[in-house]
Design a protein around this ligand. Sequence first.
Ligand code: ADP
Ligand code: MG
Length: 237
Amino acid sequence: TEELLFKSDKLSAVGQLAAGVAHEIRNPLTALKGFLQLMRTDNAKEKYYIEIMQKELQRIEFIVNEFLFVSKPQAIHFEVQELDSIVVSTIELLQPQALMNNILIEVELAPELPLVTCDEHQLKQVFINILKNALEAMSGGGTMRIQAFPSEDQKSLCIRFIDHGCGIAPERIPKLGEPFYSTKEKGTGLGLMVCYRIIEAHDGTMKIRSKLGEGTTVEITLPAMQGHSLVSEPYAG
Ligand code: ADP
Ligand code: MG
């Protein structure tokens, strides 16, 4: 079993440069999208071409946005949240993709999970990216598990995504989280980097364990909110 604990900033000087380029691409992209929307035709073939162009532009936009997200510090709006609802809404979002691939998502949420201070939107992005990777790895279908439980000392909350997909070769594990590192034909190789950034901003950790041909486990730990531990504090007043 190989394990990776993200701890270093992986956006190199080259990455910074690419971020600058990504930013410059945005304006012409907006113009292209706008003019494409104005194009009208009754020719079926041309309609089809326009559709393809729109899809490809959407893809460029997605990559550019994802890259800008990791290269620029994002404003975080911290709020006290229940993690259960964020996990559940993430699963709902990706349930269609799971069903299509014959994947059953089992959820094990410990009762009375501690609250966390987090940016709900950003944390959801992390869960989506990890869950998507798990679904994409399980091309043959099967069951994957998502667990959430408090750490033994009640100081943090762990969320685990366990898949039985293709797994990751040991020599590839150190590459995870590097910008553009992807083994997928249509991958951006930015998903895990986004996750790492967000979790770091939450003072959490993200660990990836994997075995080729057996599956992958991603474990996220987030600091739990004090005073909302599983066992209620004795009243001292
Ligand atoms: P992308 O999904 O666009 O390729 P990511 O940053 O999300 O980019 O993931 C980078 C790479 O890490 C993937 O291309 C894949 O090789 C590997 N990976 C990530 N999660 C998993 C997983 N659950 N199972 C197997 N491989 C994974
Ligand atoms: Mg991904």
